[in-house]
Write a protein that binds this ligand. Structure first.
Ligand SMILES: Cc1cc2nc3c(=O)[nH]c(=O)nc-3n(C[C@H](O)[C@H](O)[C@H](O)COP(=O)(O)OP(=O)(O)OC[C@H]3O[C@@H](n4cnc5c(N)ncnc54)[C@H](O)[C@@H]3O)c2cc1C
Length: 625
């Protein structure tokens, strides 16, 4: 049966965080997109914590925004709390975190999708791909309906062959209340794509009317608001607090006494779980010396009594979960609305895709999000955006958007995924980037907006906002080099409030390098600083204070760029190269890096192997001359 034959340019499978970005980006670029998803009422669902951002993830969200994606503006439009984490630390680790109203976030995204005339939304379970002559040409749903398109983006999250565990009971589901997707994994395997299993988990949800918040520590949002999107005029919304409580000896004793009922500890789950987001039972076993763990109580939205118990992810039986919960101060009478559970699912190791996120086996087939072995909404959205843009580039036979590690966390994330054999759900961390001083949330627009413009997702209005800001930064950098602050008594009186003093006059640029000096201070003593907007002042301050570190990191980028210049021929036969181990040959043959720099980042490839490859490539170049 053929349905709307050839109507679509691109099929996006899944309307989670990756699928939404992919579909919206491709549609904005002019492609006709079929967005097929298991349940249209669950578009952009947050199946785990009701929050966007946090360490490293906030940089991803700002990068998505700078490239023309939508996650940042959706988070800004639906937050119920905004907080800048690590605000007293260096700019490389500062991170914005938005507590979101889950329902409003979903509605916001659905609204964008439904109002885009290029997106055709459809509730369907895709069970098979159509592949002809090594190229994808469509997809088939569970009723046998064929959808034709020249590119397909798979963003299936935790649904493929998903199995949920609550204690020793398990059943087929991708997320609580949503069926698992069968057929597609087998279809991919039929076309030579390898599938593996991972696991993740989520904590219980509790009715807030059964919580005694007086026994907990309040966690308010920031008074000074920051936003994700670089677009001006972000909405000011009422904020609600989160709360902090802690586990104790009794909680730990109940967990330890019930480990025989844990599917993880009993070996029922084969998939590896997220290392940086362990279940409470994992934490208690792995960090047994720790007498207490923080548990945050986070509201799920303004229109619901449901609250999320952050840090209490579990796959123990539902009755044990209630006992554990009721040991936490303030939760003695907690009523559980949804139990915690673990889910095991199929993913497609991303070493089988290129940096454009297109399959190495099947042309026109792209992957984005949790299906690539990642965990997290932001990681998913970032990949979805790139996959969506590149699906359009593939159709147009134009240059693929492949971001370098030194340009962005998105580039780092994708490079890690496609060059390293990931063993556990990959989460973005600042430590994953060797260039984290350069890749900050505050300068994502400077790094990526020109790229977003080039690839067509940044409109003229947004680009103008960007160029105006750039101009203002340049002017202010010049101004502070010239203007001098005199060492008058009047000025020293003001400076005393900030523990500062001037013996003699000093140029603003020099003065700004001092740790206590910032624009709040400057605005009191320097007329020219008074009207500098926050985002401009922030850049000028960082560029001035950290000038030495930034220059050092820029020269590291240049140094690393040298290996990037060594292109590896696509048809290279690694088995014929002497003096490198067969394990290294296998890895190189499987991943097929495009440059020596990529080869050097493959786990297990040693510096000595790179030297041998370099010599060989140089000889190859000379032979071609
Ligand atoms: C139980 C659970 C716990 C989690 N815990 C954490 C955590 O602790 N930390 C963390 O960072 N992240 C966690 N996550 C992960 C986070 O939810 C995901 O990383 C993120 O949502 C992935 O986005 P995605 O777009 O790749 O997939 P999803 O948001 O899962 O979206 C996938 C979409 O694909 C659709 N779909 C799937 N198969 C098909 C098909 N065959 N045909 C049509 N549509 C299909 C689904 O309906 C869904 O809309 C958890 C997820 C779950 C389910």
């Amino acid at each position: 049966m053929s349905y709307l034959k050839n109507k679509y340019d691109i099929i996006v499978v899944g309307a989670g965080h990756a699928g939404c970005e992919a579909a919206i980006a491709a549609a904005k670029l002019g492609s006709k997109v079929l967005l097929a998803t298991l349940n249209v009422d669950n578009i952009a669902l947050m199946p785990c914590n009701p929050a966007v951002g946090g360490p490293a993830k906030s940089t991803l969200v700002r990068e998505i925004d700078a490239l023309g994606g939508v996650m940042g503006e959706a988070a800004d439009a639906t937050y119920i709390q905004m907080k800048m984490l690590n605000s007293s630390k260096g700019p490389a680790v500062r991170a914005l975190r938005a507590q979101s109203d889950k329902r409003q976030y979903m509605d916001y995204m659905r609204n964008i999708i439904e109002n885009n005339e290029n997106i055709y939304l459809r509730q369907a379970c895709i069970t098979d791909l159509i592949v002809e002559n090594g190229k994808v040409t469509g997809a088939i749903d569970e009723f046998g309906i064929e959808f034709r398109a020249r590119a397909v983006v798979l963003t299936t999250g935790t649904s493929l062959n998903g199995k949920i565990f609550v204690g020793l009971r398990s059943y087929s589901a991708g997320r609580l209340g949503e069926k698992a997707a069968y057929g597609l994994s087998e279809s991919l395997q039929k076309y030579g794509i390898q599938i593996k299993k991972l696991k993740t988990g989520t904590p219980p949800r509790v009715d807030k009317r059964t919580i005694d918040y007086s026994k907990m520590q309040i966690q308010p949002g920031d008074e000074n608001l920051h936003f994700y999107s670089f677009k001006p005029n972000r909405p000011i919304r009422p904020q609600v607090p989160c709360y902090l409580t802690r586990t104790n000896e009794e909680t730990h004793a109940i967990i330890k006494a019930n480990l025989d009922k844990s599917p993880m500890f009993q070996g029922l789950i084969q998939g590896v779980g997220p290392r940086y987001c362990p279940s409470i039972e994992d934490k208690i076993v792995r960090f047994s010396e720790n007498p207490s763990h923080h548990i945050f109580i986070e509201p799920e939205g303004l229109g619901t009594y449901e609250v999320y118990i952050q840090g209490f992810s579990s796959s123990l039986p539902a009755d044990v979960q209630v006992k554990m919960l009721r040991t936490l101060p303030g939760l003695e009478n907690a009523h559980v609305i949804k139990p915690a559970y673990a889910v095991e699912y199929d993913y497609v190791p991303a070493v089988q895709t290129t940096h454009s996120l297109m399959s190495k086996n099947i042309q026109g087939l792209f992957f984005g999000g949790q299906i690539n072995g990642t965990s997290g909404y932001e990681e998913a959205a970032a990949q979805g955006l790139i996959a969506g843009i590149n699906a359009v580039n593939y159709l147009n036979n134009s240059e693929m958007l492949e971001l370098s590690r030194s340009s962005s966390y998105i580039g780092t994330l994708i490079d890690d995924l496609v060059t390293k054999d990931i063993q556990d759900p990959y989460r973005m961390l600042t430590s994953r980037s060797e260039y984290r001083l350069l890749l900050r949330q505050d300068n994502a627009d400077i790094r990526l907006t020109p790229i977003g413009k080039k690839f067509g997702l940044i409109d003229d209005e947004q680009f103008k906002v960007f160029t105006n800001k750039q101009k203002a930064i340049e002017q202010e950098m010049e101004r502070i080099k010239d203007v001098k602050i005199p060492a008058t008594d009047e000025i020293n009186l003001i400076l005393a409030k900030y523990d500062e003093h001037l013996e003699r006059g000093i140029r603003v640029a020099e003065f700004l390098k001092r740790p206590n000096v910032n624009y709040t201070l400057l605005k009191e003593i320097d007329e020219g600083a008074k009207n500098i907007p926050f985002d401009v002042a922030e850049q000028v301050e960082i560029l001035t204070k950290y000038e030495g570190y930034l220059k050092r990191q820029e020269s590291q980028v240049k140094e690393a760029g040298k290996l990037d210049k060594f292109k590896i021929p696509e048809d290279i036969d690694y088995s014929k190269i002497d003096h490198i181990s067969s394990e290294t040959k296998d890895k190189l043959s499987k991943i097929r890096p495009k440059t020596l720099a990529q080869a050097s980042r493959i786990g297990g490839v040693k510096p000595a192997d790179i030297s041998i490859l370099m010599v060989m490539l140089e000889r190859h170049q000379i032979a071609k001359l």
